[in-house]
Design a protein around this ligand. Structure first.
Ligand SMILES: NC(=O)c1ccc[n+]([C@@H]2O[C@H](COP(=O)([O-])OP(=O)(O)OC[C@H]3O[C@@H](n4cnc5c(N)ncnc54)[C@H](OP(=O)(O)O)[C@@H]3O)[C@@H](O)[C@H]2O)c1
Length: 328
């Protein structure tokens, strides 16, 4: 295949609502050592893309231009020193930027073989959520078989992935979501208990269920004290976002008495070598869960890449369950 001269990318300049998104033709730079070019089948949309569009989540220095953190497709070209991949391989990849495109450049260490048990476009919905859940629930949170995890935002892209991965690892799962329909989705994915936080006090319900060893929190605000209250001895709370605010006042007494750990992390800014290490662990442990049907990306909807504004309007409405995909 001849190397494409240009590719379509999505920019957000100046920052703002979905109306600032523009599909542009951009010169495609040559591959550097260790990089591959992916001709995409689909590109995943994530909540951090909305925050970047609004101007609050700048890409790490040196990232490819344009929005987008993940994609799936076929390898169209390989750079020098690429060890694992060949032209034509079906893959999905985590990228630090430029993921909404027909051709995406990815570091070889952040590329995973597309699972054969799901359609190639659906694989675009895996990398960002699987890497995030692995790094936060299984590494930082050290979730063990037989423990209980509380997953907030259970119907989100992250939440739907966390529920399935925790169940596959043999944990009991409690999830929160904002409607009965969204709670039902959590149960279908394996949640043992799903709490509609708009009708029920999740703190009381989780206490009644015996508490949680790990809490995956994307809400912050008043949830932080409640999370501390429901955690069992030596519990771990992992913060990955603060939809209700990151400034909170909490009583740390229970942190001391129950020997709790409060931690958190972000994925995008991690060095490539760190992402390659995560990818190796995911290939080993998580990919077999997909092949055996224990984990599947939940796809909310698909939009043409040229219709990216409509896709972000849906993201802004917050009504999606699972992932929104762009099809180039
Ligand atoms: N730290 C990292 O490395 C990292 C990486 C990726 C994503 N993230 C963050 O993780 C979060 C989820 O990402 P995503 O792409 O999966 O987003 P998403 O699908 O848009 O989901 C956001 C979810 O938050 C829930 N929510 C909003 N306000 C809530 C509240 N007050 N209480 C409980 N739930 C609430 C919503 O569910 P209901 O409508 O059911 O309430 C919605 O499902 C985002 O905030 C994102 O920025 C962090």
């Amino acid at each position: 295949m001849s190397y494409p001269a240009t590719h379509r990318i999505v920019t957000a300049q100046p920052p703002g609502g979905p109306e600032v998104l523009a599909v542009e033709n951009e010169k495609l730079r040559p591959l550097k050592s260790g990089e591959v070019l992916i001709r995409t089948a689909a590109c995943g949309i994530n909540r951090p893309d909305q925050i970047e569009r609004l101007g609050f989540y700048p890409a790490p220095p040196g990232s490819p231009k344009g929005l987008g953190l993940e994609c799936s497709g076929h390898i169209a070209a390989i750079g020098s020193a690429v060890e694992f991949w060949r032209e034509g391989d079906a893959v999905c990849a985590l990228v630090p930027g430029g993921g909404y495109s027909d051709y995406v450049i990815a570091p070889q260490g952040s590329v995973l073989a597309a699972p054969q048990s799901i359609p190639l476009d659906e694989a675009a919905g895996l990398p960002e959520t699987v890497f995030t859940v692995w790094a936060n629930v299984f590494e930082a949170g050290a979730l063990l078989q037989g423990e209980t995890i509380l997953v907030h935002g259970g119907a989100s892209g992250i939440g739907t992935t966390a529920i399935q991965m925790a169940k596959a690892a043999g944990a009991t799962v409690i999830a929160t979501a904002g409607s009965e329909e969204r709670c039902e989705l959590c149960r279908l994915l394996g949640a043992d208990l799903a709490i509609n936080y708009k009708l029920d006090d999740f703190e009381q319900r989780v206490r009644e269920a015996g508490g949680a060893d790990v809490v995956l929190d994307m809400v912050g605000g008043e949830y932080v004290q409640k999370n501390i209250n429901v955690m069992r001895e030596k519990g771990r709370m992992v913060s990955i976002a603060f939809l209700s605010g990151s400034r909170v006042e909490v009583d740390l007494l229970l942190v001391m008495l129950k020997k709790l750990t409060l931690t958190g992390s972000t994925l995008r800014a991690r060095p490539e070598a760190e992402k390659a290490r995560l990818a190796a662990a995911i290939r080993e442990t998580v990919w077999p869960w997909i092949e055996t049907g224990k984990l599947r990306p939940v796809i909310d909807s698909r939009f043409d890449l040229d219709d990216v504004r409509s896709a972000h309007e849906r993201l802004d409405q917050g009504a999606q369950a699972g992932k929104i995909l762009l099809i180039p």
